[in-house]
Design a protein. Structure first.
Length: 302
């Protein structure tokens, strides 16, 4: 069963975290009018899942600042027009969560002049390599053995567990959250290959730490399915037309984000740390002053 934000926070020391973040209870003491916030996609030709994480309302009704934190898929295929669009965002830093094999396959990011690239790999638990091996085999039997029968979805759940269990992953996530709290960095965009799993978990965590309600944070996570749907369908059709896969629907669980994947990470948080507070404070090593700085930068009147 997925954990509520309140349940995840409940532990010794969680009160300190709750003192930094707004809560459901504090929302009832505010009179600020809330309105629904549309997800703000940045339209690009060479990437389909670039979005502003700003605009969401926190529990106390304050909006997350726009124009400071962005999420996306890889930027290796950007056009010159795309570079002009990104230059208009004034990005100071782009954090690339891809592993070297992914960078080798898709290419390095194309970035506007003056934007600092930061390579900060978060392991995909071997997913990319195994996927390439399965597709490259052109063998429908091997592909079924590797990806069929729920195995692809199970592999994705294991990937999400590593966001919690792997020390190097936790260090990379913590460093990225610290960068987001640092005003010297300027606006920051974080991304992986598809901008949905490693980027999705980091973005969910950021929004949660800023006090965005679970419904909104989860909706942002799941929105990758909408933004990537047409592109992913073309990929599957291309695999079939080229003869690489007889049944390209085998990769659908790898292309999608699902509630079950996010819930797997949250369940691992409970198993490994007991609460979100301990995952953040012990697992990521973030101090309360750093969480306060994150909120102060990204939420007005924090």
């Amino acid at each position: 069963m997925p954990l509520s934000r309140r349940a995840l926070l409940t532990t010794t020391g969680a009160a300190a975290l709750l003192s930094v973040l707004p809560t459901e209870a504090s929302a009832r003491t505010r009179t600020r009018t809330r309105t629904a916030t549309a997800i703000r996609q940045i339209p690009l030709q060479g990437a389909v899942n670039v979005r502003d994480l700003g605009g969401y309302l926190t529990y106390d009704g304050a909006p997350v600042r726009q124009g400071l934190a962005y999420r996306g898929d890889h930027l290796a295929k950007l056009t010159d027009a795309d570079l002009t669009t990104l230059a208009g965002l004034g990005l100071g830093t782009v954090v690339d969560l891809r592993i070297p094999l992914e960078v080798q396959y898709d290419g390095a990011d194309r970035l506007p002049a003056g934007t600092a690239p930061v390579a900060r790999p978060v392991t995909d638990n071997g997913l990319f390599g195994q996927l390439m091996a399965a597709i490259g085999s052109r063998d429908p039997v091997r592909q079924e053995e590797m990806l069929g029968g729920g195995r692809a979805a199970a592999f994705m759940r294991e990937v999400y567990r590593t966001f919690v269990t792997d020390a190097a992953n936790r260090a990379a996530l913590a460093a990225t959250l610290r960068d987001l709290a640092d005003p010297r960095r300027g606006p920051l965009l974080l991304h992986c290959t598809s901008g949905k799993d490693r980027t999705g978990w980091t973005s969910w965590l950021l929004l949660t730490l800023l006090g965005v309600p679970e419904t909104s944070a989860r909706a942002d996570y799941l929105a990758s399915n909408t933004f990537r749907a047409a592109y992913d369908a073309r990929v599957r059709e291309g695999l079939k037309q080229s003869g690489l896969m007889q049944n390209p629907d085998l990769i659908v669980p790898l292309q999608e984000v699902r509630d079950a994947y996010l819930d797997t990470a949250l369940d691992q948080v409970r198993t490994s740390y007991g609460s979100l507070f301990r995952y953040v404070s012990v697992g990521l090593g973030l101090e309360l002053r750093e969480l306060a700085a994150l909120r102060a930068r990204l939420v007005p009147d924090a």
